[in-house]
Design a protein around this ligand. Structure first.
Ligand SMILES: Nc1nc2c(ncn2[C@@H]2O[C@H](COP(=O)(O)OP(=O)(O)OP(=O)(O)O)[C@@H](O)[C@H]2O)c(=O)[nH]1
Ligand SMILES: [Mg+2]
Length: 376
């Protein structure tokens, strides 16, 4: 990654600079300078070194994040929330770059369109099987360090179950091979297989799609699937969504229990596949739907419940009954994984400040800032 070159070089230069300063101090000490002064100098020097290293660390870093979730789990809503948060908060200042829409024949929706819909109280339309969106956002971590975040959103209903089956190189290559063959037949284009699934390829295929007025069959879905799989392979952080409505209902509805278990199975497989090579963020969405459940558990004792407490409780509750979720938590102990519980309400509350919302009854769920910091 060329973007990492600059911070790396700066780090090496900084280290060399401070090492030579240290050597100089050492010599001065030998010449018989005051020990106290030397000690103060060493402490200051070390402090400055650590400070500068933190600033340099990760500057210009590219952070690719993919939000994975079944249909209606809240991927598109979350993309809109992340966008609004990055644009409006002063804590993480940033701008968004022009999104790249990959819908092959579907609706093109920019992040600000999604944001405006949410703000006016509507929900975004479901993301279709031939749609995928690629967003690039620039933000600042700890007010200073610039990071570039790449977000991918896709239609979960069709692709979710299928993706983890294509993550091992063999079946992914097979998928790519099929696409290559079909492209040759329909467009008479010879596409090198290693290009398929990349963003450049997607942009090219999109222009081709518009030019040629579409191509037939399930090729479009396959192309989107390859793009999703490749995005997962290349992503640094995987965000797994768990539908809060399922968490609310699974105890009383065996179908929901089965569904939730299957969804978590996909995450478990992905985690088993990549282990410590990636970072994982498990996100329970729609927590406002669990309001009654949360109130029943916490309201009696406390007027104000912190998000962290609710998250811990949810972790325990789901682990107790959903076997695959339990498996996820035990894999999570050995890799970088965190759980968050979120809902759109936290973001709608007072518009542009995006403060955590107080639910009726005084339950404060989680804090959006924490979450965004957690996924950056
Ligand atoms: N109550 C509540 N409902 C939510 C929240 N977020 C999403 N929803 C509901 O869930 C639906 C689906 O949300 P989306 O963000 O479109 O889900 P998705 O994962 O993008 O779904 P696909 O595009 O079909 O894969 C919305 O239309 C809402 O009805 C939330 O925070 N609270
Ligand atoms: Mg969607």
């Amino acid at each position: 990654n060329r973007l990492n070159l600059l911070p790396d070089a700066s780090r090496i230069l900084l280290t060399l600079f401070f090492l030579s300063l240290g050597y100089y101090l050492y010599n001065v000490f030998h010449l018989g300078a005051d020990v106290k002064i030397i000690a103060i100098c060493v402490v200051l020097l070390f402090g400055a070194y650590l400070g500068l290293m933190t600033v340099v660390k990760g500057s210009g870093r590219r952070m690719s994040v993919i939000v994975i979730g079944p249909g209606e789990s809240g991927k598109t809503v979350l993309a809109g929330c992340i966008y609004a948060h990055i644009v409006f908060t002063r804590r993480i200042s940033g701008i968004s770059e022009k999104p790249i829409m990959l819908s092959l024949g579907g609706v093109d929706m920019a992040l600000h369109d999604i944001y405006l819909l949410l703000k006016s109280g509507d929900w975004p339309p479901i993301t279709g099987p031939t749609e995928a969106r690629f967003f690039k956002l620039r933000a600042k971590k700890r007010w200073i360090t610039p990071v570039s975040i790449e977000l991918v959103d896709f239609g979960g209903t069709v692709h979710f179950d299928a993706i983890h089956k294509h993550l091992d190189p063999e079946s992914y290559n097979k998928l790519v091979e099929e696409i290559g063959k079909e492209l040759k037949e329909t467009l008479e284009e010879d596409i090198p297989e290693e290009v398929i699934g990349t963003l450049d390829f997607m942009q090219w295929i999109k222009s081709k799609w518009e030019e040629e007025n579409g191509f037939v069959g399930d090729l479009r879905e396959k192309i989107i699937r390859a793009y999703i799989c490749r995005s997962i392979m290349e992503a640094e952080k995987l965000i797994f969504l768990i539908d809060g409505k399922q968490v609310r209902d699974f105890r009383d509805n065996s179908q929901t229990e089965t569904q939730l278990t299957k969804n978590c199975e996909v995450y478990r497989d992905i985690m088993n596949h990549y282990k410590g090579k990636k970072k994982y963020r498990l996100v329970i969405t729609k927590t406002d739907e669990m309001d009654d459940l949360i109130k029943k558990r916490f309201y009696k004792n406390r007027r104000n419940v912190e998000g962290k407490v609710v998250e811990k409780w949810l972790l325990r509750e789901i682990s107790r009954e959903i076997s695959t979720f339990k498996e996820i938590t035990s894999i999570g102990e050995t890799v970088d994984a965190k759980l968050y519980a979120i809902c759109l309400e936290t973001f709608k509350d007072d518009g542009e400040n995006l403060r955590p919302l107080r639910f009726e009854g005084g339950i404060t769920l989680w804090n959006y800032d924490d979450f965004i910091r957690g996924i950056l």
